[in-house]
Design a protein around this ligand. Structure first.
Ligand SMILES: NC(=O)c1ccc[n+]([C@@H]2O[C@H](COP(=O)([O-])OP(=O)(O)OC[C@H]3O[C@@H](n4cnc5c(N)ncnc54)[C@H](O)[C@@H]3O)[C@@H](O)[C@H]2O)c1
Length: 247
């Protein structure tokens, strides 16, 4: 692989698992110093296996008050000013709209939407000062279509699109692009739990390419958006869903 991201610092939330872990591996193998953030202490072991050097792991719950600002301070002290932020930490708590608890709603919005904003705000301030940055938010196909039992998840991901459009407008002249990527089901712990068994088989039938996505396919798109060729793409939501949302 190339060393296109050499001398860049990439902050990746949710780096202990799934898409975040694969994104961290992808950036590290292309020369970036990675700051992996996760509430799971396993992020330490995950970061220790990354290619290259200069990486660091930060354990923290991003829904704690003030967590994003503290984590970004620590990241910048440990690794330098971030030029890339990938907001991948998230949850999928599924229930019907009539049954979903207030706790489940609040927990979903708190990590999927609010924490992504506070991370973007804290990292964005540094990027604006530096005059360059790339922020990529993990939304979902659920940001643009309805899926049964996904009411909180869908609302949180649609909220990310609105946030992304405003940040992209406000920060474009400072060299900072902000985009969303919206996968269909990805074969990660979260994706497998939400789409296990017959429900998953039925879903695959509805996806024109006939399968779920792999984390590496999502990481490759994110790396493109984080790269120097993507400077004219901002405020976008890029579907990576095998055609699901277009049929
Ligand atoms: N897997 C899919 O099918 C799929 C599809 C579309 C979008 N997404 C989105 O991609 C992102 C990553 O999903 P994934 O499949 O890799 O999930 P995952 O469950 O494998 O990983 C999510 C990571 O986020 C961390 N996390 C959760 N809450 C946190 C908190 N409060 N503070 C810090 N870390 C926290 C978890 O510990 C975990 O390591 C999510 O935002 C998800 O909504 C996933």
């Amino acid at each position: 692989m190339s060393d296109e991201f050499r001398d860049q610092v990439a902050v990746v939330t949710g780096a202990a698992s799934g898409i975040g872990l694969t994104v961290a591996q992808h950036f590290a193998s292309r020369g970036a110093r990675v700051v992996g953030v996760d509430r799971s202490p396993e992020v330490g072991a995950a970061v220790a296996t990354l290619a290259g050097s200069g990486h660091c792991a930060i354990v923290g719950d991003l829904t704690d008050e003030g967590a994003a600002a503290r984590i970004v301070d620590d990241a910048a002290s440990a690794a330098g000013t971030p030029s890339i932020l990938v907001n991948s930490a998230g949850v999928a708590i599924l229930d019907s709209a009539v049954n979903l608890s207030a706790a489940a709603w609040n927990a979903t919005i708190s990590i999927n939407l609010s924490a992504s904003f506070f991370m973007a705000q804290a990292v964005g301030r540094l990027m604006i000062e530096a005059g360059y940055g790339r922020i990529i938010n993990l939304a979902s196909q659920a940001s643009v279509i309805g899926l049964e039992n996904h009411v909180a998840y869908s609302a949180s991901k649609a909220g990310l699109l609105g946030m992304t459009r405003v940040l992209s407008l406000e920060w474009a002249r400072s060299g900072v692009t902000v985009n969303c990527v919206s996968p269909t089901v990805v074969e990660t712990p979260l994706g497998k739990a939400a789409w296990a068994g017959a429900k998953g088989d039925a879903m695959k039938e509805l996806i024109p390419v006939g399968r779920f996505a792999q984390p590496e396919e999502i990481a490759a798109l994110i790396a493109f958006l984080a790269g120097s060729d993507a400077g004219m793409i901002t405020g976008e939501n890029i579907l990576i869903d095998g055609g699901y949302s277009t049929v």
